[in-house]
Design a protein around this ligand. Structure first.
Ligand code: PMP
Length: 331
């Protein structure tokens, strides 16, 4: 990443990042020298629990952890010569698509997104603002074994149409570049930011790029680091996460790296999301609530590092439905 340093901050308190300027939004994509923040959460964690830090991935330029994945997926397509004149097609619950749409716009190409049921309207509007074509994919649209795989099936058949000449599909569920993004950036950032002391890592099951890439890197540094996966329940409303009781296990998941799986219901996940807003000042999305609910209940080796994949503003319509007349959650 090339960023221009200007004078040091007058207070001496600024980080390097605070005094840098950027010539292109893509220079804001993170790496070990330019990591996303790792912030401690204290109030939602029992006093006896090990310290918990959250990696705030919503401070990425396009708003989520999937900025990393999208950049690596596009670089991979380019290296394989697949971008040549083609549009992009990808199944996404929104975050990968948002980052891909922004990067595609910068690269002068177009994105078609097949979007599963249960993605908030805010994300669909953002995608349209970025010039993407959005194909809502109801669970019963495609004849597939697992109803939640419809968006993936539709994207794959679009990619295969017209002899494969019209679309290139990054394929985050199967493309090792998704794992590599986290093995080369998220993992090393966490290792450096904790001074090599991270004891436990917690992330959700979605495409499984985050958990596989980070776990592989961290366990190579210290095989005793514990890796905990968070899985929602079937029929959940936690966009970005997958229950493998109703969706296929992505090809890129390496289950050998996972020490424990914690299953989280929607109720506690949304309750924790609200607590993170109100007690920690962290405006996170619901998958962060699920991850923190699981992380706050762990004992054992700290510090615990949890991923906060995206921010809450994209879910305002979901949150509105939870709030009662007194502004309190009706969970
Ligand atoms: N939370 C949110 C909000 C997401 O968009 C994603 C990405 N699908 C995840 C969690 C899970 O991350 P991953 O795909 O790397 O497993």
């Amino acid at each position: 990443m090339t960023a221009t340093s200007t004078a040091p901050s007058a207070t001496g308190l600024g980080s390097d990042r605070a005094v840098r300027r950027f010539e292109d939004v893509r220079e804001l994509l993170p790496d070990a020298e330019n990591p996303t923040p790792l912030v401690r959460v204290r109030r939602v964690v029992p006093p006896s629990a090990p310290p918990l830090y959250l990696k705030l991935e919503w401070l990425n330029p396009f708003g989520s952890i999937k900025d990393r994945t999208a950049a690596y997926l596009l670089a991979d397509l380019e290296e394989r010569g697949l971008l040549d004149g083609r549009e992009l097609v990808e199944p996404s619950s929104g975050n990968t698509a948002i980052a891909l749409a922004a990067l595609a716009a910068l690269a002068g190409t177009r994105l078609t997104v097949t979007i599963p049921d249960g993605v908030p309207e805010e994300k669909q509007i953002l995608l349209r603002m970025l010039g993407a074509e959005v194909w809502p994919t109801p669970d019963d649209l495609c004849p597939v074994d697992n109803p939640k795989d419809g968006a993936i099936a539709l994207a794959r058949s679009l990619a295969a149409s017209e002899g494969g000449r019209r679309y290139a599909m990054p394929d985050q569920y199967a493309n090792p570049a998704n794992v590599r993004a986290h093995y080369e950036t998220t993992g090393p950032e966490i290792w450096r930011q904790t001074g090599g002391e991270v004891g436990t890592f917690v992330a959700g099951y979605g495409t499984c790029g985050t958990i596989t890439g980070v776990a592989r890197f961290l366990k190579e540094q210290d095989p005793s680091i514990r890796v905990v996966a968070v899985e929602p329940q079937p029929g959940h409303r936690l966009p970005g996460l997958k229950s493998f009781a109703e969706a296929s296990v992505p090809e890129i998941l390496d289950e050998g790296l996972i020490d424990d799986v914690v299953r989280v219901d929607d109720g506690p996940a949304y309750e924790m999301t609200t607590r993170l807003f109100r007690e920690e000042g962290l405006m996170v999305g619901p998958s962060t609530g699920a991850i923190v609910h699981a992380a706050a209940g762990l004992d054992g080796r700290g510090p615990v590092v949890g991923v906060s994949p995206d921010g809450g503003t994209k879910y305002a319509s979901y949150f509105a439905g939870l709030l009662g007349d007194e502004g309190l959650p009706t969970l």
